[in-house]
Design a protein around this ligand. Sequence first.
Ligand code: ADP
Length: 404
Amino acid sequence: MNILVLNCGSSSVKYQFIESDSQKTLTKGSVDRIGMSGATLTNKRHDGDEIRIVGEIVDHTVAIEYILAVLLSRNHGVINDKSDIHAIGHRVVHGGETFSGSVLITDEVIRILRENIELAPLHNPHNLRGISACEVNLPNTPQVGVFDTSFHSRMPKRAYLYGIPYSLYSQYKIRRYGFHGSSHRFVSHRAATLLGRDINTLKIITCHLGNGCSMAAVDHGVSIDTTMGFTPLEGLLMGTRSGDLDPSVILFIMGKEGISLGEAGTLLNKHSGLQGISGISSDMREIETEMQNGDKKATYAFDVFAYRVKKYIGAYAAAMGGLDAVVFTGGIGENSTLIRKACCENMEFFGIILDRERNESNAKEKVITTDGSTTKVIVIPTNEELVIALDTKQIVKELKAQPA
Ligand code: ADP
């Protein structure tokens, strides 16, 4: 089954066209700068063919038109007819409390997603725009929503309730939701496969370290806790987001500097994290380079980042009452030998003994602890698009199996 996987942001649409039986990506790309001058589509086909088109891409509907034109293009495409797209899978950021799994998109689902906009004002409106754009361009193709939050939907109350009046949870649904669910799900299952064990027997901590960063405690296949919260701001230090912070800090700054709610949001989401501490960059590669050049603030940023990951490894091992494996994924988790080393140093008491050569090897997927380590540390490239494609396939298959 051919699945078009879409991740619609405010001014971009990332896509992959996946043949879900062979799990092969036939072509992928992105449309960037939607609604701005210099809007561009870039596409890379599985055989290496690349194309870049600059156009008047005024909105998401036009972006989807461009994507379809490339998929169908004689020279750069992979299909002959729109009907060769059998289903569309959307990454949807926030499923709220309603969606504990992926769903076929119906009018009712769209209504609930609209209701949830308040919970994810930065993401869900664009996801909805992508869904409408597909309705216009591919009206007869089934669409499926795969939520970032749903893998965490079985967290116990003790992990998701905040220490604020319960009425605020009842009234506004203020609680921990967690994000990056497709990634945590993919790498925890892949880790079980690599360890040759059933996921239902394992206690795994997954660390998704990219521009956004989160960790999850995956106990017997269930995410029982995760670092991101009501929004993707809580938890680990990130590229430009603060992560954990005493809430009084922001009240204090608002009082001192007279900044507005919106400015406070921008400060915590856009000017904090690695960028905020280092004053250099939100990009871990630059932080590492400047740290090696002796820059003090880059070193502080690196240290805070690694220390927080390590602290949560301890917390989640305690929450699960044991630990079989720690998984690193995301741009930093997959590529930074220095971060992995710093997070796993002096963890012998946890059964973690890092193997220097394995940590530094070029293999993309690898166990980086010694054979004698009782807790394995594994690097696994994430593949959220594949999770979306496989969920979409499953739901469309069930739909077709239903009597008309
Ligand atoms: P996103 O969350 O936007 O998908 P990625 O998962 O691609 O982002 O992660 C981006 C982060 O990965 C950046 O901080 C980047 O510096 C970091 N990164 C990529 N390659 C390396 C590397 N070789 N060493 C250290 N950090 C890296």
